[in-house]
Design a protein around this ligand. Structure first.
Ligand SMILES: Nc1ncnc2c1ncn2[C@@H]1O[C@H](COP(=O)(O)OP(=O)(O)OP(=O)(O)O)[C@@H](O)[C@H]1O
Length: 543
């Protein structure tokens, strides 16, 4: 593109504008599409759209999220995949603070600007430091309040000369789209809000309506996770009992938080009980309360968790551990919303939505007589299964971004990032402990690396060894010695058949490398497992 050109508008073609408007129906698609168009029309090598979260001045209606003012990426182009999972505290990133902090329009940072760049180390193949480059950022506001920031980076100095007006026009377009998205979201919130009909007197604070919600869903989530999130949002609006299923550490608790946050009960309390942690003798009293004198030590009347959750949501974590007596009482509460405090035969009616979670196979527990069938049926009105991390493709890198950023801040580093080898290993390792294991691996790895070597200019790069994934490195680095080499294709095949033959051979090759494990083969091909199945069926490799 001609550097000197002044383009007064976004220069969107009519079909591009139409695609953008259609994407308004689906914000998850909207922002990546906007950035695709920007990369097409502007001379940038990387760009990002970030939204304010938290902080006194921070952002859109509904943003809670604590006191720290953060920018959270909604979409990125030309930045490493973990960037989408990161959070950028304004206090740690002076350039972002300058852009967000009241600039009237786009703010340009010349190549010799000595403020650290938030994307140092995050533009692939640029090493640990971004050297000479051009950088511009525009604040975005909706209804006169700060909403987010748009950033553009180019790898040579002066690349944005003459493009300031065009970039300002794109920022105005982003603002217009954000305003539409926000007003639709506000309308939906309004429509699903329940009247505050209850005096909760709850000892628990009402849950922050956004707590956990964004953590669970880094933008650009895998198809498996995107499907789950859509399902959560659908069922959240109802009052159905939900049973959240999934392996340990997949994020079931965050699902429960999101269900509450997206429900019409979000202004009410979210009361959480870990059924495995309750001493057996106290389970009933904890759940249903007791009256004075019900047992020795019951010195006063006390409400249980069901009553505390009145008007809100009761989250029964590890529900498979509930003792039989408590299960029997639970049945009544689930059937007609009635409970009795221990030591009393007075019925108390509560308005509670129950969300339960377990990593046990409850159907088997029922068959083997350890869990009551009637309670199981009441609990599993709407089962939601959270996919294991190994089936979530590149989500592992986006989640890694979130944990890298947290550890970066904790260790006071300018940047904490993954080596290319570490990224590859993460994509093939099966993560039996799921997101919890990933979180711990990065936390441990960051400390290990910090002790083992000094950061280079404040940047620490985690290797497979730091993360305890060196076996994975051996596996991904193993040359294709065992599988047969890819035999050249006969030169006479038409393009389509040749392409299919290459796909067929690549899939067979990866399956062989990964001992027939489809999920790992899919990950190494950068595909979701169900997409690989579909492709393999089309190519005649599966029934
Ligand atoms: N999508 C996510 N984003 C950020 N953190 C996550 C995500 N999913 C899980 N985690 C983190 O992983 C850890 C485990 O999550 P959580 O406790 O919700 O899992 P769980 O499925 O309830 O596990 P368990 O069955 O062992 O109780 C937590 O520290 C949680 O914050």
């Amino acid at each position: 593109m001609d550097n000197g050109a002044v383009i007064p508008t976004t220069a969107l073609a009519p079909d591009e504008a139409a695609t953008l408007l259609r994407a308004l129906e689906e914000p998850a698609r909207l922002w990546p599409l906007l950035l695709d168009l920007m990369v097409r029309h502007l001379p940038c090598d990387a760009c990002a759209l970030l939204r304010h979260e938290g902080g006194a001045g921070g952002g859109q209606e509904g943003a809670g999220g604590g006191d720290e003012a953060l920018l959270v990426p909604l979409a990125t182009r030309g930045l490493s995949p973990d960037t989408l999972g990161r959070r950028f505290p304004l206090d740690d990133h002076p350039r972002l603070r300058a852009i967000a902090g009241g600039a009237a329009g786009p703010l340009r940072f010349p190549a010799d600007c000595d403020l650290p760049d938030p994307y140092d180390g995050l533009i692939p193949d640029q090493g640990d430091r971004l050297h000479v480059h051009d950088c511009i950022g525009a604040p975005l506001a909706v209804d006169g309040r700060p909403w987010g920031v748009l950033t553009l980076d180019a790898l040579n100095a002066g690349r944005f000369d003459g493009w300031e007006e065009a970039i300002a026009a794109w920022a105005r377009l982003a603002e217009a789209l954000a305003a539409t998205v926000e007003s639709r979201a506000a309308a939906v919130r309004q429509a699903t809000m329940r009247p505050p009909a209850f005096d909760h007197q709850a000892e628990q604070q009402p849950a922050d309506p956004r707590a956990g919600a964004d953590m669970l869903a880094p933008p650009g989530a895998s198809p498996a996770m995107a499907a789950l999130l859509a399902e959560i949002d659908t069922v959240a609006a109802s009052d159905l009992v939900v049973l959240v299923l999934g392996e340990t550490g997949v994020g079931k608790e965050l699902v429960a938080h999101r269900l509450h946050a997206r429900s019409g009960r979000s202004a009410g309390p979210l009361v959480q009980v870990n059924c495995a942690a309750l001493p057996e003798a106290l389970v009933e009293s904890e759940l249903f309360g007791h009256v004075r004198g019900a047992f020795s030590g019951a010195l006063a009347d006390r409400r249980g968790k069901f009553e505390l959750a009145d008007g809100g949501t009761l989250f029964l974590d590890e529900v498979g551990e509930l003792p039989a007596a408590a299960q029997a009482k639970m049945l009544r509460a689930l059937q007609n919303g009635e409970i009795q405090r221990v030591g009393s035969d007075r019925n108390i009616t509560v308005d509670v939505r129950v969300v339960a979670a377990t990593n046990r196979d409850l159907a088997t527990e029922v068959r083997e007589g350890r869990f009551r069938a009637d309670v199981y049926h009441r609990l599993s009105v709407y089962p939601l299964r959270v996919p294991p991390l190994r089936d979530r493709g590149a989500d592992v890198l986006r989640l890694a971004g979130l944990f890298l950023e947290r550890n970066r801040a904790r260790l006071g580093l300018r940047n904490l990032r993954l080596s290319a080898g570490a990224e590859r290993c993460m994509l093939v390792y099966p993560w039996p402990g799921n997101v919890r294991e990933l979180e711990h691996a990065i936390g441990r790895g960051a400390i290990r690396a910090r002790v083992a070597r000094p950061p280079d200019g404040g940047v620490l790069t985690l290797t497979p060894v730091d993360l305890g994934l060196e076996d994975g490195e051996a596996a991904v680095a193993t040359p294709a010695a065992e599988p047969p080499p890819l035999v050249p294709l006969p030169g006479v095949l038409p393009l389509r058949e040749a392409t299919e033959e290459v796909q067929r051979r690549l899939i067979q090759d990866r399956l062989q490398r990964h001992g027939g494990n489809w999920a790992q083969a899919a990950r190494s091909l950068g595909l979701d497992r169900s997409n690989l199945f579909r492709l393999a069926r089309r190519l005649g490799l599966r029934e």
